[in-house]
Design a protein around this ligand. Structure first.
Ligand SMILES: [Fe+2]
Length: 416
C-alpha cells in the first residue's frame, strides 16, 4: 500500500507493506512479542538458535546451535530430570525411555565458556499411545499460533512442520533465518523437529535449510539427503519428502523416488509394528483453496500411484495457507466417507500456523464432494496415535493469539 502526502514544503511518501514477507525485514508484532527476547544482541560466541531432533523411537537426540564467531569446543550437557548426574558429551548417547531430560549447550572460545539456558524434552513413554503436533507455514511476522504452540509443547512427543519457514531463511544473507531460529527457539529447543522443506527454503540449493536442519534423522533412514527421510516412532511411520524437486528443471528425480519406494517397501514389511504411515511434504495433491497451488499435475501424477500402491494412510502438506481435510480419495474422486479401514489415503492441508502473507480463502460455492472439512483461519493440528486408532484434532487460534476452538476432529481406525 502506498500513500503520498503533501506536507508544507515537501511530499512525504509513506510505504505500508506486510513486513516480514520474503525480501522484507522482520519487525516486532503482537505475535512475536510475547516475552522471549529473541531479537536481542548475542555475544559473538554465545549459543543461540538452539533446536533438537530425534532418531527412531526417540532413542537419542541431536541438538544444534549457532554462534556468530568460531568456537574451539561445543558442549552438550544433559541429564535426567530425576538425577543430579551430569553427562558431558557432544551428542547424546542412548537415552532412557520414559524419562524427562534437561540439557544445556555451551561454547568455548578463548578460554570463555558460555552456557545456554536449560531446556527440557522427554523420551517416549511406556504407554502405547502418544501425541504429536503438526503445523505448516510459519513466519516471524504474523506467527499467530506461536504463543499457543509454546504453551502446549509439553503435551507432545515431537512436532511435524510441513515446510515454509521464516519467509525466507536466506533473506538478508541469512540474518532473517537467524532471527527466525531465535524466535522459534522456545518451541524448537524443547520439542524435537521433524519437518520438511518448502519453496521458501530452496534458495542457494537449499543450503540455509540443510545446514540449519541437518539434525533430522536422514542418515538413520538410509538417505543421503536431509530433504528425504523417515522415522518410526511407536506405531507411526512418518515420511518427510521434499516436493520441491518437481519444480526445479535441473533436479534429479530418480534418487528421491527410488528412496521413497525403498522406504515404503521397508515400512510395509514392518506394518505390524507401525500400522500408520503418514507422508509429509510441502505441496498438496488436492485442495479447494482459491489458489493455483491446488492443481499441480506433476506432483499428483508422480506421487499418487506410489502412495496408493504402498497403502499410505495420510498425505499431509502445507503451502496453501488454510486448513482442509479430504475424505479418502484418489484420481480426484471421493472413495468413501468412512475413516475405518479406508481403502485409500486422505489428505490434510495445514498451512495455517501464521505467516506474513496471511490466510488463503476457498473457491466460492459449495466445497467439492471430497472435501470433508475446511477452515480459513489460523490453527494447528494434533495427532493422538495408537496401534488401532489415529485421532486428529485441529484447533483454531484467534487473531488476538488466544486459543480458539476445535474446528475439526476425526478418528481413523484399523481393525484389519
Ligand atoms: Fe509454500
Amino acid at each position: 500500500m502506498l500513500a503520498l502526502y503533501l506536507l508544507g514544503c515537501c511530499w512525504l511518501l509513506t510505504v505500508t507493506a506486510q513486513l516480514g514477507l520474503p525480501g522484507m525485514p522482520v519487525v516486532p508484532d503482537r505475535y512475536n512479542s510475547y516475552g522471549f527476547p529473541w531479537n536481542r544482541t548475542y555475544l559473538p560466541t554465545e549459543p543461540q538458535q538452539i533446536h533438537l531432533s530425534i532418531t527412531a523411537q526417540g532413542e537419542s537426540a541431536k541438538i544444534q546451535f549457532a554462534t556468530h564467531q568460531p568456537i574451539q569446543t561445543a558442549f552438550l550437557k544433559y541429564w535426567s530430570k530425576d538425577s543430579s548426574i551430569l553427562l558431558n558429551t557432544s551428542h547424546t548417547q542412548s537415552l532412557t525411555p520414559d524419562t524427562g531430560y534437561r540439557y544445556q549447550v555451551g561454547s568455548v572460545a578463548n578460554s570463555l565458556t558460555l552456557w545456554s539456558a536449560e531446556f527440557e524434552f522427554h523420551t517416549p513413554s511406556s504407554q502405547d499411545d502418544f501425541k504429536f503436533l503438526a503445523i505448516g507455514d510459519l513466519g516471524v511476522n504474523n506467527a499467530v499460533t506461536m504463543e499457543q504452540l509454546v504453551k502446549r509443547a509439553s503435551h507432545y512427543d515431537f512436532f511435524a512442520l510441513t515446510g515454509d519457514q521464516a519467509y525466507d531463511l536466506s533473506d538478508f544473507d541469512g540474518t532473517k533465518g537467524d532471527q527466525y531460529m531465535n524466535f522459534v527457539q522456545p518451541l524448537f529447543a524443547s520439542l524435537p523437529y521433524l519437518g520438511v522443506v518448502g519453496n521458501h527454503e530452496t534458495a542457494f540449493n537449499y543450503s540455509h535449510y540443510k545446514n540449519r536442519f541437518n539434525i533430522v534423522p536422514y542418515q538413520e533412514s538410509n538417505s543421503i539427503d536431509p530433504l528425504f527421510y523417515s522415522i518410526s516412532y511407536k506405531s507411526l511411520h512418518l515420511i518427510s519428502f521434499s516436493s520441491e524437486f518437481y519444480f526445479d528443471p535441473n533436479a534429479q528425480t530418480k534418487y528421491p523416488l527410488d528412496w521413497l519406494e525403498a522406504d515404503l517397501d521397508l515400512a510395509n514389511r514392518r506394518r505390524h509394528l507401525q500400522p500408520w504411515i503418514v507422508f509429509m511434504t510441502h505441496r498438496p495433491l488436492y485442495c479447494s483453496g482459491n489458489s493455483s497451488s491446488c492443481h499441480m499435475p506433476s506432483v499428483l501424477s508422480s506421487l499418487e500411484p506410489i502412495l496408493l500402491k504402498h497403502k499410505v494412510d495420510i498425505y499431509m502438506s502445507g503451502h496453501v495457507h488454510n486448513y482442509e481435510r479430504t475424505y479418502p480419495m484418489y484420481n480426484s474422486s471421493l472413495q468413501t466417507k468412512s475413516y475405518e479401514n479406508a481403502p485409500t489415503f486422505f489428505q490434510l492441508v495445514i498451512g495455517n500456523a501464521g505467516q506474513p502473507e496471511g490466510p488463503s480463502d476457498f473457491l466460492p460455492g459449495d466445497p467439492p464432494p471430497w472435501s470433508a472439512n475446511r477452515f480459513s483461519g489460523y490453527g494447528f493440528t494434533e495427532f493422538k496415535v495408537s496401534l488401532s486408532e489415529l485421532e486428529l484434532t485441529h484447533l483454531s487460534v484467534n487473531t488476538d493469539g488466544s486459543l480458539g476452538k476445535i474446528v475439526d476432529h476425526v478418528v481413523v481406525s484399523k481393525t484389519k
